[in-house]
Design a protein around this ligand. Structure first.
Ligand code: CA
Ligand code: CA
Length: 975
């Protein structure tokens, strides 16, 4: 989205810049939460880019809003709020709990209606945020933010004139459980193209399920020109409603930010009325990023010399908060995280300033939502907007967890660890913080004390004799019955006599709350108290608060509320949500998988592990071992006294058979974390070459669009590598990058690689030019003279930074200190002699199941598999090298071998590999430790793999294999 004084696309650059600023690494599971337009067009629910772990399981809560219980009842719910942090996938693009406290967070859902998950080209919201939003009744919409070529891809139609992208966008949102799309088109198109785009949007209106919303950003006009209107007018109206046919095109428009005066709003309201649409379908945009646009939040920012923190007043007719003119869109509110209001993004210890910044957005410069801020000060969005209410039925429970913390408490038992998981965010207080009475007691989230999760709510300070402080926490709409009880968990201390009371405000008498005494405070353990609300039957509970009072002067008072629960009848078993991850999702037969249980509000667990050696477990963190290759489903039921929640991860674990030792293999990388580190290699000098085979699985869809293959890039001047993709080229084009003298030279292939296809690549430098060969044929070259500068750590499948990894396979990687000739490259793609002249490092990648790979050049540059496991060895090798494939397993020529896969054996069956039988049948026999044969079977000639049934008794056995001419044996440990 555009900024004042900025060129189109600046926002995209900003967004990409944040990827480095936030230093957030997208976890592997989230790699398809952004898609290219091409990937979107190919998306299917059972395809490789559909991520089941990203499916939200929380339905959108229904809100019931009331003005009377607001701090200021003279407000309006007509004006909606679209909240649009800049670059969501860079801050919070995670599907699971992260071992990091200082990720971006949001704790004011009650003031917004829609969260735009702003990411590109096609940004899919991440489940934990969707689930947190939905619990609060907030919709989350994904983003389509691409260039002309991207939109051209999306405009493909079938023979009947149906836009395939419209179907795909609905299918993606439906599959993942989010609520629509935000369209950001900021590169010019032809009139014909932009007309097609409007037709696609119209088709989305027909296809979308009830409740889904499509928002349009004010950039293109109907001619196809980019021309920001900063309001809704006749020029951009055709993207909202087509007046000639009275056809709905989108549900809302998010206008650009370059407006100052009230006429912006008059124009928008008149245009919406003329279209027969609500003025609240217009979200007048505010870009609150410092120093960029007119809508600055705080008085220390000026616009053209004038403090402008009162710009929000323009949204209301005559300044009357009951009469909003349009809705509101807020861009870049992550100002609190990486815009200078805190250094939380780089320093976890700075959390208080981050959370204060979030409070300041909504409560104003005085950080107090109950008070009017000084003239010229920022008043806070909460001054203008009432709190929405999703607390409308019993049971209601909260543990005040903000979804991250520096501790994790499980029913008061504290583990010290930094963590973030928005899916664990509780329903948070409606006001932060609505305090009245004595100001010497403050309310805040306490990150050091929690009953469950990372935080509790704390009231602390001092009180003068007879003084009291009231803190309103929740605005609710809860029907109380004779069977309703309130349970709360608390701790605290007071240096003297004090009284803490819960305050219940009912809709029929909002002026006078009913008070419930909190039993005496104790600071050692959390106390749980339950109170009957039968006395208030048939009344509607509108506000829940807490009050601190003291008859005598009190210097040190603290009250922590860790849990609050209202329910009818027996206490509900609320909130257990099963969740888990595996330490590896692709493993070998016999390898143990450990499941990390990240369920919330649960204390007992039942695992179902079909296909594993042991198929059930009640451990918190279960382990499983699989004896046969295949894909396996894992199911966890988390109990909170009784069964509450089951999570089934279908086909979650892939079990593969290890390639036999010595087989010709390749290595599989994930594009995110896996690579091989071969240590420092010196390739500096007059000439050099790099070679490898590569089979990409996917190409990079996000900046910097690089998939590294082999070589070095240390951030200084040492640079020598083959990679795929770079800024300004297609992510499937190959690049040979080399530091020659003082200059970094790049030669890019004309050819584009094909995913799923093996290709041989070679880059050479001979002192006069860089040459790039694809499948042995010279593809491109670049003149250069000087000496190569390349003496640094040499890696396979990664350089410089983790996001530059290869998602795919590598084989036959070589580094040379001389320029190979075209004839050599063409002749030696599949193998060279380790003693070849100038060979500086040579990884045949034939080292299954080791976690190192030998340097066949004899120079000792053994590669270390990093973030990898034995299941990353693959027998998928270049089919262009058949003779090599056949020759490598040298063991078969040397004699009979028998191997137990996964030893010790945890179950009743063992998987056995046989090699070297030279075409003869094999007699397998199993002896116990006393030498008695307990099992015996003849294997047909050619058998290389079999399962054998083991006796009940654990212990040591000996497995013998025998042919007419050979015998071999191996010890087998039965667990
Ligand atoms: Ca205020
Ligand atoms: Ca190999």
């Amino acid at each position: 989205m555009r900024h004042f004084y900025a060129r189109p696309w600046l926002l995209l650059l900003t967004l990409l810049g944040f990827a480095q600023a936030a230093q957030a690494q997208i976890e592997p599971a989230a790699q398809y939460t952004t898609l290219t337009p091409t990937q979107l067009m190919a998306w299917v629910a059972n395809g490789p880019t559909a991520v089941s772990a990203n499916v939200s399981r929380v339905p959108l809560a229904v809100r019931q809003n009331s003005l009377a219980p607001q701090l200021n009842p003279n407000q309006s719910f007509s004006s909606k709020v679209n909240w649009c942090p800049d670059g969501m996938n860079n801050f919070v693009g995670y599907l699971n709990e992260q071992p990091q406290f200082n990720l971006y967070n949001f704790t004011h859902w009650q003031y917004i209606d829609v969260l735009t998950w702003f990411a590109s080209p096609v940004g899919i919201p991440c489940r934990p945020w969707v689930e947190a939003a939905h619990r609060n009744g907030v919709k989350v919409i994904g983003t389509v933010f691409t260039d002309r070529a991207g939109f051209q891809t999306l405009l493909q139609k079938d023979a009947s004139g149906n836009y395939l992208a419209a179907q795909k966008l609905i299918a993606v949102a439906t599959y993942y459980g989010f609520d629509g799309w935000f369209f950001n088109a900021e590169s010019p198109m032809t009139f014909a193209e932009v007309t097609e785009l409007r037709n696609l949007l119209k088709q989305l209106q027909v296809l979308k399920p009830a409740g889904m919303e499509m928002h349009w950003y004010d950039a293109l006009i109907s001619s196809g020109t980019v021309s920001y209107q900063n309001t809704l007018n006749a020029t951009n109206a055709p993207f909202v409603q087509e007046s000639a046919t009275n056809t709905r095109v989108t549900d809302a428009i998010f206008t650009n930010y370059f407006w100052i005066y009230g006429s912006t709003f008059t124009t928008a309201v008149n245009q919406a009325n003329a279209l027969g649409r609500s003025p609240y379908d217009v979200y007048t945009g505010a870009d609150i990023w410092p120093g960029r646009n007119p809508q600055q939040l705080f008085p220390f920012y000026n616009y053209q010399g004038t403090p402008n923190s009162g710009w929000m007043d323009n949204y209301y007719s005559g300044g009357n908060l009951a009469s909003p003119l349009t809705s509101l869109a807020v861009f870049a509110p992550n100002i609190t995280y990486n815009g200078g209001l805190s250094s939380f993004n780089s320093n976890p210890a700075d959390y208080a300033r981050f959370y204060n910044g979030e409070v300041r957005l909504f409560a104003g410069d005085d950080l107090d939502i109950t008070t009017a801020d000084a003239t010229g000060a920022w008043k806070g969005f909460g001054h203008y907007q009432p709190v929405r209410c999703a607390i409308t039925s019993l049971p209601f429970e909260t543990n005040f967890c903000v979804g991250q913390g520096k501790i994790f408490a499980n029913n008061g038992a504290v583990a010290v660890k930094g963590w973030t998981d928005m899916a664990k965010q509780a329903i948070l207080p409606s006001w932060q913080w609505a305090r009245s009475g004595a100001t010497s007691v403050a309310a805040r989230f306490d990150f050091s004390r929690a009953w469950y999760g990372g935080t509790s709510v704390q009231l602390s300070g001092s009180l003068a004799a007879g003084a009291s402080t009231m803190v309103k926490l929740f605005q609710t709409k809860l029907p109380i019955t004779a069977a309703t009880s309130l349970n709360f968990v608390y701790k605290g201390r007071a240096a003297g006599a004090s009284s803490t009371r819960l305050a219940l405000y009912f809709s029929d008498n909002l002026a006078a709350p009913e008070y419930l005494d909190v039993p005496a405070l104790a600071d050692t353990l959390w106390t749980s108290s339950t109170l009957s609300l039968a006395a208030y039957a048939n009344r509607e509970l509108a506000i829940i608060g807490v009050q601190a009072t003291s008859a005598s002067a009190l210097s040190a008072y603290r009250f922590n509320l860790g849990k609050l629960q209202l329910y009818n009848g027996a206490p509900p078993l609320v909130g257990g949500i099963a969740n888990f991850t595996a330490d590896a999702t692709t493993v070998l037969t016999g390898q143990t998988v450990t499941f990390a249980n990240s369920s919330t509000n649960a204390d007992t667990f039942s695992w179902s592990l079909p296909g594993a050696a042991v198929i059930t477990s009640t451990a918190v963190h279960a382990t499983a071992t699989y004896l046969r290759a295949g894909t396996y489903t894992v199911e966890l039921t988390a109990f909170d006294g009784a069964g509450r929640s089951t999570l089934t991860r279908t086909g979650y674990i892939t079990v593969v058979t290890a390639p036999p030792a010595g087989a010709n293999t390749s290595l599989s990388f994930d594009g995110v974390s896996k690579y091989v580190d071969a240590g420092v290699i010196n390739l500096s000098g007059a000439a050099m070459s790099l070679e490898c085979w590569v089979k990409p699985t996917t190409f990079k869809a996000a900046s910097p669009f690089i998939s590294s293959l082999l070589g070095m890039e240390d951030g200084g001047s040492n640079t020598a590598m083959l990679r795929i993709g770079d800024a300004g080229i297609d992510p499937s084009q190959v690049q040979f990058v080399l530091q020659v003298g003082a200059t970094t030279r790049k030669v890019t292939s004309v050819a584009r690689l094909t995913a799923g296809q093996w290709t041989h690549l070679a880059g050479t430098y001979d002192g006069t030019s860089l040459k790039l060969y694809v499948n042995g044929v010279l593809d491109n070259s670049l003149a250069a003279t000087g000496n190569v500068v390349a003496n640094a750590a040499f890696t396979l499948a990664r350089n410089y930074a983790a996001p530059r990894g290869l998602d795919g396979r590598l084989d036959e990687a070589r580094a040379w200190t001389r320029a190979l000739t075209a004839a050599e490259i063409a002749a030696n793609a599949c193998s060279v002699a380790g003693t070849s002249t100038g060979l500086a490092g040579y990884w045949k990648l034939n080292d299954s199941p080791n976690l190192t790979t030998a340097d066949a050049s004899g120079r000792g540059h053994t590669g270390t598999l990093t973030n990898m496991g034995p299941s990353d060895w693959s027998t998928d090798v270049p089919s262009q090298c058949p003779t090599i494939t056949g020759l490598i397993p040298s063991h078969s020529a040397t004699g009979l071998q028998v191997q137990v896969l996964g030893n010790p054996v945890p179950g009743s069956q063992a998987e056995v590999a046989i090699s070297g039988a030279q075409g003869q049948p094999v007699l397998l026999s199993l002896c116990n430790s006393l030498g008695a044969v307990v099992w015996r079977q003849q294997m047909a000639a050619g058998t290389s793999r079999t399962s054998i049934a083991l006796p009940q008794a654990a212990g040591l056995y000996v497995l013998r294999a025998r042919t007419a001419t050979q015998s071999a044996s191996v010890k087998l440990m039965r667990e």
